[in-house]
Design a protein around this ligand. Structure first.
Ligand code: NAD
Length: 353
């Protein structure tokens, strides 16, 4: 029987890329019964709010969610729906594999990136994203404020469980090393606590190598010698920034998958956002959300389907004839629309079924 999965199309480029991913998954006959729930801008238009309470109740009825990006108003407006969902579903570990693609032409200009195989594990429920922030004086508007404060909340419980998650992940997938990233030299309390907990947890995993890096050094190391890193675990904002950096190493946001994992729910979404300026142009790369969907299929135990789809994507990219604008720019050819690119993937998929 088909398994129910919630599909949140998102907004901006979200509905476009999730729609294309769904075409590929349906063509691969993955046995999923989609329950579509609109959030963000389409929900504001239909229901007057971006995340109606009933929608959250509905999402909680399926343990697995595939989600397109959702726009967050900048410098005001409603709180990030992405952060709200991660907290509501308690998907505390954002797991972002940055693995070089098996595409012969992709790393010709930057050969050192062809062996990149990093998994970034980012704490997702607290840190500088805890949402505890205010102007000073508290009642001031942005214009009248003399200062502003955001609380960087780091708790023992949440740090411990995310670091444990990283070590368990390393064990499960045969990885050798976990690197904890922090800024404990400057943020001696919050960074110091995270560092202390990482050291404590590491003692329970003598089979996995453990090391630490200060975040600024980590950023440079990732650009210069990314192949020295394996699993990286860090706090919310640092993980957000470093995982975009890691995406850049493997080909950009157009090809970077991601997942949000908790004990009860798993929500799968690409690293990229809603890229509003590209909305409706059928131009952006749907590979990121398609590879994200293959992470979801593996999580659901549908490994053969995940491999089938991955191979069709890799073949399409490796052939290098029909590419979306981001990849076409690297290959120095004329791009096609993402609809054409998707049709090529589906053609390759059908040939191997
Ligand atoms: P973005 O990731 O949306 O886009 C940044 C740039 O990356 C784009 O201009 C484009 O050049 C490139 N890009 C992104 N996705 C691509 C794709 N699929 N193919 C090819 N190129 C792609 O980041 P932003 O512009 O900083 O954010 C836009 C909105 O998205 C904001 O409201 C932000 O809060 C939100 N956002 C949401 C999520 C999420 O839903 N999880 C994640 C990040 C940002």
């Amino acid at each position: 029987m088909a398994e129910k999965v919630t599909l949140i199309p998102g907004d901006g480029i979200g509905p476009e890329v999730t729609g294309l991913a769904r075409e590929v998954l349906d063509a691969a006959d993955v046995g999923i019964d989609w329950k579509v729930i609109e959030l963000g801008e389409p929900a504001v238009e239909k229901y007057g709010e971006p995340l109606p309470g009933w929608a959250l109740d509905e999402i909680k009825k399926t343990p697995v969610v595939l989600k397109g990006p959702l726009t967050t108003p900048i410098g005001g407006g409603y709180r990030s729906l992405n952060v709200t969902l991660r907290i509501a579903l308690d998907t505390y570990a954002v797991v972002r594999p940055a693995k070089a693609l098996p595409v012969s032409w992709l790393y010709q200009d930057v050969p050192r990136y062809q062996n990149v195989d990093i998994v970034m594990v980012r704490e997702a429920t607290e840190g500088l994203y805890s949402g505890v922030e205010h102007f000073i004086p508290q009642s001031a508007t942005k214009e009248a404020a003399i200062a502003a404060e955001t609380i960087n909340l780091i708790t023992r419980r949440n740090s411990e469980r995310v670091v444990k998650f990283a070590f368990e992940y390393a064990r499960k997938f045969g990885r050798k090393k976990v690197t904890a990233v922090h800024k404990a030299n400057i943020m001696k309390t919050t960074g110091g606590l995270f560092q202390q907990i990482a050291q404590e947890v590491a003692k329970g995993y003598q089979d996995i190598q453990f090391e630490e890096r200060i975040v600024d050094n980590m950023a440079m190391q990732l650009v210069l010698k990314p192949q020295e890193y394996d699993v990286i675990v860090t706090t919310n904002l640092m993980g957000d920034i470093l995982s975009d950096l890691a995406s850049g190493l493997i080909g950009g946001l157009g090809v970077a998958p991601s997942s949000n994992i908790g004990d009860r729910y798993a929500l799968f979404e690409a690293v990229h956002g809603s890229a509003p300026k590209y909305k409706g142009q059928w131009k952006v790369n749907p590979t990121a959300i398609m590879l994200t969907a293959t992470l979801m299929l593996r999580y659901m135990g549908k490994t053969d389907k995940a491999e089938l789809i991955e191979q069709a994507i890799f073949k399409t990219l490796n052939d290098g004839k029909k590419l979306t604008y981001d990849m076409a720019r690297i290959r120095r050819i004329e791009p096609v629309t993402n609809k054409e690119y998707t049709q090529e993937i589906i053609k390759n998929l059908r040939q191997s079924m």
